[in-house]
Design a protein around this ligand. Structure first.
Ligand code: ACO
Length: 324
């Protein structure tokens, strides 16, 4: 018998306020047509004044716990993936821990920007597989609206705020690719590309929060090739091919990146969960938000083979193959 982490609950939360492309076009030199054609984005959700990353994370976490039929007291571990924490420290995860009434175990943050959820999922999965943790909550939560330069049309149209969460529970498996649970995770980074997608501030560099800066075309180019490679790696590691996949749940950065990855896999677009049109890029929140939407509306069912993948600043990128 081998221990597997099974996803037993999912949940997502989006702030109430919706900002349309037309509203952005009134602010910077852009248009609804340009944004839709280049990115597929039609709108994004933006946190209310005073609404923090932890507020979004807690709302998503409560839904995931309710879906799993558990409470905060049942958790041994919380990992929050975020690049937009409430404060430099303590970890946003500890605020979530207190709000959920979890007094034992431990909680910490993981930072891998848009790949953060995959990195957090992999971290929690390894704690479960090692036997150190039985029940874990993994959250991706972001308020990118706080670090955008709202004068920069090249970036301000691309991102939104939100949070998504999953609950993992240790279960016995036979160690085959038919087991329910996380089959494998695959993580990568290449720090040579630090400057292509970064925030130009921080406590030890400028003592300011800073704004997101991006070489969009370069990021796009690396995203397509890195994502295709890590998807192949995850499938071949498990002796599976894209034909075995029921669903691809990709990081939601740009409709053209999603479609490019699906084409490389010869996967029909109706097997790809897409939320980027309504959520824009919510960084670490995008994969769990898309997963919870597709589980919630009944598209993803128990036993389905689902591939999660993401790429973000650093660069960082990764994938997780999951049998639901
Ligand atoms: N509205 C109108 N015009 C714009 C806008 C805008 N919002 N933004 C840029 N432009 C202009 C540029 O100024 C440029 O004009 P110029 O030719 O006069 O200089 C022109 O459009 C073309 O700009 P490009 O940057 O070459 O346009 P591109 O087709 O590459 O699309 C985009 C830009 C959408 C940012 C694309 O490069 C992209 O999606 N890159 C990936 C970025 C990404 O997703 N990052 C997220 C984090 S990492 C990840 O999640 C994968």
């Amino acid at each position: 018998m081998t221990i597997r982490s099974r996803i037993i609950g999912v949940g997502g939360y989006l702030p109430e306020r919706v900002v349309t492309n037309a509203e952005l076009a009134a602010r910077v030199d852009t248009s609804d047509e340009w944004i839709i054609e280049r990115t597929g984005i039609r709108q994004r959700h933006v946190a209310a004044e005073g609404q923090k990353t932890s507020d979004l994370a807690i709302a998503a976490a409560r839904k995931a716990l309710a879906h799993a039929g558990l409470s905060g007291a049942d958790l041994d571990l919380i990992v929050v993936a975020t690049a937009t924490p409430d404060n430099t420290f303590p970890a946003t995860a500890t605020r979530v821990q207190a709000a959920l009434g979890m007094t034992g175990g431990f909680a910490f943050d993981v930072q891998a920007v848009c790949s953060g959820f995959i990195f957090a999922l992999s971290t929690a999965d390894n704690f479960v597989k090692s036997g150190q943790v039985k029940t874990a909550l993994v959250i991706g939560a972001e308020t990118f609206s706080r670090i955008l330069d709202w004068e920069d049309r090249g970036t301000c149209v691309l991102f939104g705020d939100g949070a998504g969460a999953v609950v993992l529970r240790a279960e016995d498996g036979r160690g085959t690719n038919q087991d329910n649970g996380i089959l494998s995770t695959h993580l990568h980074s290449d720090g040579r590309h630090y400057d292509l997608l970064h925030v130009d501030g921080g406590p030890s560099s400028t003592q300011t929060v800073g704004h997101l800066r991006m070489e969009g075309r370069e990021v796009f180019r690396h995203a397509v090739s890195n994502l295709a490679a890590v998807v192949d790696e995850a499938l071949s590691h498990n002796g599976l091919s894209a034909q075995n996949l029921d669903w691809l749940v990709p990081h939601q950065a740009n409709k053209r990146i999603l479609e490019g990855t699906a084409r490389k896999l010869h996967l029909s677009p109706d097997r790809v969960v897409m939320t980027v049109d309504r959520h824009a890029n919510t960084s670490a929140a995008s994969v769990p938000l898309a997963l919870s939407e597709a589980v919630g509306d009944g598209r993803i069912k128990s036993g389905d083979l689902v591939l999660l993948e993401a790429m973000g600043g650093g660069f960082t990128w990764g994938a997780a193959l999951v049998r639901m």
